[in-house]
Design a protein around this ligand. Sequence first.
Ligand SMILES: C[S@@+](CC[C@H](N)C(=O)[O-])C[C@H]1O[C@@H](n2cnc3c(N)ncnc32)[C@H](O)[C@@H]1O
Length: 204
Amino acid sequence: MGWYEDRVFPHLLDWATRPLNRQRRELLASAHGTVLELGVGTGANFPFYSEQAEAIHGIEPCGALLEHARESAYDSPNPARFDLRQAGAEALPYDDDTFDCVVACLVFCTIPEPDMAAREVRRVLKPGGELLVLEHVQHERPWPERLQRWLEPVWKPLACGCHLHRDTGALFRQAGFDTSGLETWQHPDLPAFAGFLLSGRALA
Ligand SMILES: C[S@@+](CC[C@H](N)C(=O)[O-])C[C@H]1O[C@@H](n2cnc3c(N)ncnc32)[C@H](O)[C@@H]1O
């Protein structure tokens, strides 16, 4: 990783996603039991886990972000429940049927092989386990979707590999999830190209 990814991007990420703090809190309120969070980034979600989340495992491939995440876990009220590892979601270092919940928050936009990651999430979730989702996705209307395609070549290097117009809901369906608990909507405080969200819970 270079200077931008190590030194600038973590702060940019926290600042740019601050309007989503309410949605983070709502999403994580229902995380319970043994939880896995994919691509934890700086650990921005950690303050929002309730005591229902008994053990929180997290993976993050980027070493610099993982360092921030470790600090965030350490600063949380219950650091002992966190176990963070450097790994990618395409090959999760966990046994089948391990987790009650998996958290996918602003991460399927960036994972290089999202189909593989979705299959891995199903593998490590217990039968009937929950995938808690907050993702920005391909816009449903034609002109913002065209804007997403147009901006992506500039956006992707600035946002460390983030794609603007992935159809993440379709990807979860193809991996075998029941996605009837997911909905799409436009966040009022974010621009259409990055603020069209997929949120809720999908069942394994
Ligand atoms: C937009 S950031 C979001 C970080 C965090 N989830 C949050 O909500 O603030 C995307 C994250 O995906 C991570 N990522 C990239 N490739 C990944 C992979 N193969 N598996 C898991 N996470 C990955 C990035 O390192 C980064 O932390």
